[in-house]
Write a protein that binds this ligand. Sequence first.
Ligand SMILES: Cc1cc2nc3c(=O)[nH]c(=O)nc-3n(C[C@H](O)[C@H](O)[C@H](O)COP(=O)(O)O)c2cc1C
Length: 206
Amino acid sequence: MEFSAIVESRHSVRQFETGVSIDDAELEAIFADVVLSPSSFNMQHWQFVVVRDDTRKQQLRGLSFGQAQVEQCAAAILVCGRLDAHVDAARIYGGEPAEVRDKYVPMIEGVYRDQPVLQREEAIRSGALAAMSLMYAAKNRGWDTGPMIGFDAAKVAAMLELGDNIVPVMLVVLGRAAGGQQPARGYRRPLSEVLHYERYQGRGSA
Ligand SMILES: Cc1cc2nc3c(=O)[nH]c(=O)nc-3n(C[C@H](O)[C@H](O)[C@H](O)COP(=O)(O)O)c2cc1C
């Protein structure tokens, strides 16, 4: 699909057709695009946990303030970020020329070591970029999605056995929109309110 058509047709879907499934091959085709997303120092902090089992989706819905789309969707995907992605710097730069590797590996370790705030920011930044890629990559293959932060992060982390080095970034529900209906586009702030040239110019003339 042409990129602007993907952008225009993506909406946050809250009602999915039930009984739709997505197999591993289709998910892997989508995620092959997702992992081409950018990340700081190419650390690829993202991790994805796909929940397709009906009982587990029901359980996840219970931890998401009862939001029905979590149970109706074909897959509920928790996009996560790794706080310690930087420990793999040597492996990630292993194929680079020696001068690049010798410059970046110690730099990356120095930047992130003992920096919990930065580690968390980077995990969330990279995870958020991957989540956006996921929504567009899914749309490109005919799937509808919805991003969600309305869930109990601590309980979802426990349910999915995330471990201390993995933070939830957002849930992306994926499936086929019920009735094939696209919701109306929600209000968008005008460019005059959000776009600034050369320097920030206040709230603008909305
Ligand atoms: C980080 C994030 C969290 C969101 N959480 C929820 C949510 O918990 N439940 C929900 O129904 N929609 C949620 N949304 C969807 C937004 O309401 C939606 O993106 C916004 O209204 C714009 O609509 P659109 O995505 O259809 O363009 C979330 C979106 C983002 C980006």
